[in-house]
Design a protein around this ligand. Structure first.
Ligand code: NAD
Ligand code: UDP
Length: 310
């Protein structure tokens, strides 16, 4: 198949491109390089089935493809808040353009949505039927409300125009190819530990997150795209839940650093708890995460050691 991956030069997008190339597909990687980098995809340039399109999804584009994985959007809070208006445009106009493309060429379209659509959840763990608790005017809204509109657009193109769609709600995912200065908790804590700096825990560190290794996530996404009739939304994540303080202590122990914890103010609207209920992914896709948090973190620590020494 000919497959378009928007955001294909990013952390998850580049791993998805690699998986699709390994399966023998032609891959079109589309990216504006806001948080993506050529280094993530440089190994694919020698492959005649790989093509790079430098393009911003907020502008329309004409391409001929069979499937579209729509990942283009910065994922780290510091990156998506850097230019909030651009983030909303990417989620709304960008998703509109990619759905228009899917409609024109009759491609199957998969939206990379997020657990952020649940906001600061009052139901725990989160099931797909929960509608969420989201602040429409806060500093995270450009991302979480943006993704909620992207989901709405996706379902309306499906109902109104018959576009073949899939929606995955991705929970916190980590692994190789994350940027060292990405700003998300896994990269921050590992890089701080390796550099002997204090680990910056926001608030008292009692908020929770659940961490999924990238390989597992990519596998869930590909299964969702290729299942015949289940359109979702479906949660993809690892239910191993940690308080951020415990997670910092875990990274300190695993890296053997002498770093301590430094407490910093909690950003506004930071969700207090997050953990996926993945029953639906199990039933519909036969999917569950296979990489334990310990194994995944070991691999990620090795990756960052190499990154920092390069
Ligand atoms: P990332 O920031 O590494 O990758 C995003 C990619 O999209 C980058 O290559 C960036 O340059 C590109 N991009 C951004 N705006 C664009 C635009 N307007 N036009 C074209 N390209 C653009 O983030 P990631 O972690 O790889 O996330 C990928 C997707 O998965 C995002 O849609 C994100 O919302 C979603 N997601 C990720 C996580 C996670 O934990 N990693 C969790 C939930 C959802
Ligand atoms: N966090 C933290 N220290 C950091 C980075 C993040 O304590 O250096 C916290 C952050 O406040 C949040 C959690 O870790 O509660 C996860 O943050 P991240 O940015 O990775 O993802 P998200 O908030 O989008 O889930």
């Amino acid at each position: 198949m000919r497959i378009l991956v928007t955001g294909g030069a990013g952390f998850l997008g580049s791993q998805l491109c690699e998986r699709l190339l390994t399966e023998g597909h032609e891959v079109l990687c589309l990216d504006n390089f806001f948080t993506g980098r050529k280094q993530n995809i440089q190994d694919f340039f020698g492959n005649h089935r790989f093509e790079l399109v430098r393009h911003d999804v907020i502008e329309p584009i004409m391409l001929e493809v069979d499937q579209i994985y729509h990942l283009a959007c910065p994922a780290s809070p510091i990156h998506y808040q850097y230019n909030a208006i651009k983030t909303i445009k990417t989620n709304v106009l960008g998703t509109h353009n990619m759905l228009g493309l899917a409609k024109r060429v009759k491609a199957r379209f998969l939206l990379a949505s997020t657990s952020e659509v649940y906001g600061d959840p009052v139901e725990h763990p989160q099931t797909e039927s929960y509608w969420g608790n989201v602040n429409p005017i806060g500093i995270r809204s450009c991302y979480d409300e943006g993704k909620r509109v992207a989901e709405t657009f996706t379902m309306d193109y499906h109902r109104q125009n018959g576009v073949d769609v899939r929606i995955v709600r991705i929970f916190n995912t980590y692994g190789p190819r994350m940027l060292a200065d990405d700003g998300r908790v896994v990269s921050n804590f590992i890089v701080q530990s390796l550099q002997g700096k204090d680990l910056t825990v926001y608030g008292e560190g009692q908020q929770t997150r659940s961490f999924c290794y990238a390989d597992d996530l990519i596998d869930g996404m590909v299964r969702m795209m290729n299942n015949p009739d289940f359109i979702g939304p479906v949660n993809i994540g690892n239910p191993s839940e940690y308080t951020i303080r415990d997670f910092a202590e875990k990274i300190i122990a695993m890296t053997g650093t002498s770093s301590k914890i430094a407490y910093e103010p909690l950003p506004s609207d930071d969700p207090r708890q997050r953990c996926p209920d993945i029953t639906l992914a199990g039933e519909k896709l036969g999917w569950k995460p296979l990489v334990s948090v310990d194994d995944g973190l070991k691999r990620t620590i090795e990756y960052f050691k190499k990154e920092l020494s390069a």
